[in-house]
Design a protein. Structure first.
Length: 323
């Protein structure tokens, strides 16, 4: 799982100070538009919302027909650890067989052994650099499993100024975060179309809801996944294919914890909770934001803050991260 998903959540501890007359307009204009009312409500809500940061999340139950609708096989790209491994655990618990794809072979096989022993499911693994377009297309062509669910979870990030980041790293971000999910979905979705049912999960991030200095290309790549999912949700829903883009905040994964510094940001979630909320959102809406605190954060960033303020806040939150 990528290390950037917690950027919004890590910034929200300063949000209540951002919502003032300087950012929302004059008192008179705020009263006309109703922002004065929202200003009071947000300040009150923020006090309550702070407790969401370390709370036990309420995990929705999956539908009773989940396995028959999205099984018998699921493919997870980016499955070696963190959120990808959590997706695998959740699906194996539903008796869905798995095809696990990631760059590193050893953790993939370790996970596969555990899932086979614990849940008695079939698990295939494939070590693959998802930025290698030719290898990816070749592997997709070898698959003959009866796929019902596609999860594109792999992501790559590089922290630093756009002009200071080597062009090859920028291409790697696009290859893993944009080209790979685009090709995987395009090559495998026709199988779901033939079945007349299935699902596609394109993992996104709260970082993709506005631009940010230091991670400009990464944020743009996550925005691509969200918008792609929204379009495919409309195109494919009549064919019985459910598409969703989960826009996650901070997740307790090895990748995020190694990149972040300082205390854990509010709204940080366990990978298992994010995975279950993403799976439960299939067939419900084109985009889901796991976690109540993160939903609160997104509301503030989109509805109450000027765009320039949101970009500035996000940019300041990247200073404590490293590639």
């Amino acid at each position: 799982m990528d290390s950037m998903s917690g950027l919004c959540a890590g910034s929200i501890s300063t949000l209540s100070n951002q919502i003032d007359p300087a950012t929302t307009g004059s008192v008179k204009s705020r009263q006309r538009s109703g922002l004065g009312h929202w200003h009071r409500r947000v300040r009150a809500s923020y006090t309550d919302a702070r407790c969401f940061g370390g709370e036990q999340q309420i995990v929705p139950q999956l539908a009773q027909d989940f396995s028959s609708r999205y099984g018998p096989w699921a493919l997870i790209a980016g499955a070696s650890e963190g959120l990808g491994a959590a997706f695998a655990e959740c699906l194996a618990a539903q008796s869905i067989n798995l095809i696990l794809v990631a760059r590193r072979a050893e953790p993939l096989e370790t996970l596969a052994v555990r899932l086979r022993e614990t849940h008695a499911v079939d698990v295939m693994t494939q070590s693959l650099d998802l930025a290698n377009e030719e290898a990816l297309v070749s592997f997709m062509g070898t698959l003959d499993a009866d796929l019902g669910l596609i999860i594109c979870n792999a992501a790559y990030s590089a922290v630093g100024g756009f002009l200071e980041t080597p062009a090859e790293q920028l291409k790697q971000i696009i290859g893993v975060n944009v080209t790979a999910p685009l090709l995987i979905t395009r090559l495998l979705a026709p199988r779901l179309l033939t079945r007349g049912r299935g699902g596609v999960i394109l993992m996104s991030s709260l970082a993709g809801n506005q631009g940010s200095a230091n991670i400009a290309t990464y944020a743009a790549s996550k925005s691509f996944n969200t918008v792609l999912a929204e379009g495919l949700w409309q195109e494919l829903k009549r064919a019985g294919i459910d598409v969703v883009a989960p826009c996650a905040g901070a997740i307790r994964t090895p990748g995020y914890q190694s990149a972040a510094s300082g205390p854990e940001p509010p709204g940080t979630m366990d990978a298992e909770d994010v995975a279950y909320q993403a799976l439960a959102a299939l067939g419900q809406s084109p985009v889901v934001v796991p976690g109540r605190f993160n939903q609160f954060a997104l509301f503030l960033m989109r509805r109450l803050m000027p765009r320039k303020t949101a970009i500035r806040l996000m940019s300041s939150s990247t200073k404590g991260l490293s590639s």
